[in-house]
Design a protein around this ligand. Structure first.
Ligand code: FNR
Length: 184
């Protein structure tokens, strides 16, 4: 049976470069693996009252089931003010509760950060890693993936153009799969 890797893009906007990178990853799943986008767009801001008073939004249930159903995760995060976007942090929070029932526990992950700028989302990449430590998500260390000039990577249809960056991303996916096999 195929192992399923969830891909989470940490941006809500329709033309998001992170979403386009996430879509590009779908073509890179090797034999024995299926890559699947897990959307975070419909999640209301986490409020513990939803869980405490049995008023859990349907989108939380769907999201938590989606995370539970995958074997590993690739996070494709942009950077907002040198950290991760609130939408991505919210998704982490939603999946982490109710207390003791986190759906993240032990799912091997990779972090691919990106930005139109030159630093490639370095700050977001490492802020995300801080939360993943707490959530007990083991994260691939090498290669580190900081994708710069994200606005230059796509053709007019929004597909990743052939070139050094696409080749590097493919190499990072291969490294993640090899690392996943040892850590799952
Ligand atoms: C940004 N952007 C940005 N870029 C960066 O390299 N470092 C940063 O700290 C920030 N901060 C930031 C804050 C906010 C609120 C926004 C909206 C944007 C620019 C950001 O990289 C750019 O908008 C990307 O296109 C966002 O990713 P998506 O939506 O294309 O995936």
């Amino acid at each position: 049976m195929s192992k399923i890797i969830g891909i989470i893009a940490g941006s809500l906007r329709k033309e998001s470069f992170s979403k386009k990178i996430a879509n590009g990853l779908l073509q890179m799943a090797p034999e024995g693996f299926e890559f699947k986008i897990i959307p975070i767009d419909e999640l209301p801001i986490y409020n513990q009252d939803f869980d405490d008073h049995h008023n859990v939004p349907d989108s939380y249930v769907t999201f938590r089931n989606n995370i539970q159903s995958v074997n590993g995760i690739i996070f494709v995060t942009p950077e907002h003010n040198r950290s991760i976007p609130a939408a991505l942090k919210n998704a982490l929070d939603v999946g982490s509760r109710p207390y003791g029932k986190s759906v993240w526990n032990g799912k091997p992950a990779a972090v691919f950060s990106n930005s139109p700028g030159n630093i490639g989302g370095f700050g977001a990449n490492h802020h995300l890693r801080q939360s993943l430590v707490f959530l007990n998500i083991p994260v691939m260390q090498q290669p580190e993936v900081y994708i710069q000039k994200s606005n230059e990577l796509f053709d007019e249809k929004g597909n990743l153009k052939e070139g050094d960056t696409k080749a590097f991303i493919a190499k990072a996916v291969t490294a993640y799969i090899e690392w996943f096999k040892k850590n799952a």
